[in-house]
Design a protein around this ligand. Structure first.
Ligand code: MN3
Length: 200
């Protein structure tokens, strides 16, 4: 089987000015495409058959070659990331807002907590808004290629709802080293409809 680079759910200039066209084009067309190609090559060279990343690979990272874990993680994380954003103008639904209020004590408090977590990832990684088994929401940081579905990440069986990529390639062309400005911009282009869809 072959993994395919997902088609973006928006045009490459649709997130301007928060995420500029060149960043989207290179991030999707070069970085994500590169991980996709490497994942497929790795699967082929290992002679592996049909693989489901979520159910086969991420819960058992020890038994797969590192190249599958790294490129599989990056492939999946980026697919999840593109679905986490949308042209500006969406607001959380009442259901999502209630969960945010219950878990963080208000929308501003959520934004503050999310910004703090995403700012604190040292080097390359990701900040995930997740739902716990009890329905409450929590934030999980992962490094490099990792995500909360991986058994190597201590995240208590959560369901990811939303992710920000804080690798420098996600923002450097527009924001250079100013990650906090990128995080603030990301807040304007969250796909809240998708967050709700991902909630239990
Ligand atoms: Mn990236």
């Amino acid at each position: 089987m072959t993994f395919k680079l997902p088609i973006l759910p928006f045009s490459t200039d649709a997130l301007e000015p928060f995420m500029n066209q060149q960043t989207v084009e290179i991030h999707h067309g070069k970085h994500h495409a590169g991980y996709t190609t490497k994942l497929n090559k790795q699967i082929e060279s290992e002679g592996l058959g049909e693989l489901d990343l979520e159910t086969d690979v991420f819960p058992k990272t020890d038994i797969f070659p590192k190249g599958i874990i790294i490129n599989g993680g990056q492939y999946w994380n980026h697919s999840f990331f593109w679905d986490s954003i949308a042209p500006a103008g969406q607001a959380p639904s009442e259901k999502v807002m209630t969960a945010i209020n219950d878990s963080f004590g208000g929308f501003d408090a959520f934004k503050e907590a999310f910004t703090k977590e995403a700012s604190s990832v040292f080097g390359s990684g990701w900040t995930w808004l997740c739902q716990k088994k009890d329905g409450s929401l929590t934030l999980v940081n992962t490094l490099n290629h990792e995500n909360p579905l991986m058994d190597s990440v201590d995240s208590d069986d959560v369901t990811p709802l939303l992710v920000i990529d804080v690798w420098e390639h996600a923002y450097y062309l527009k924001y250079q080293n100013r990650r906090p400005e990128f995080i603030a911009a990301f807040m304007e282009i969250i796909n809240w409809e998708k967050v709700e869809e991902r909630m239990a």
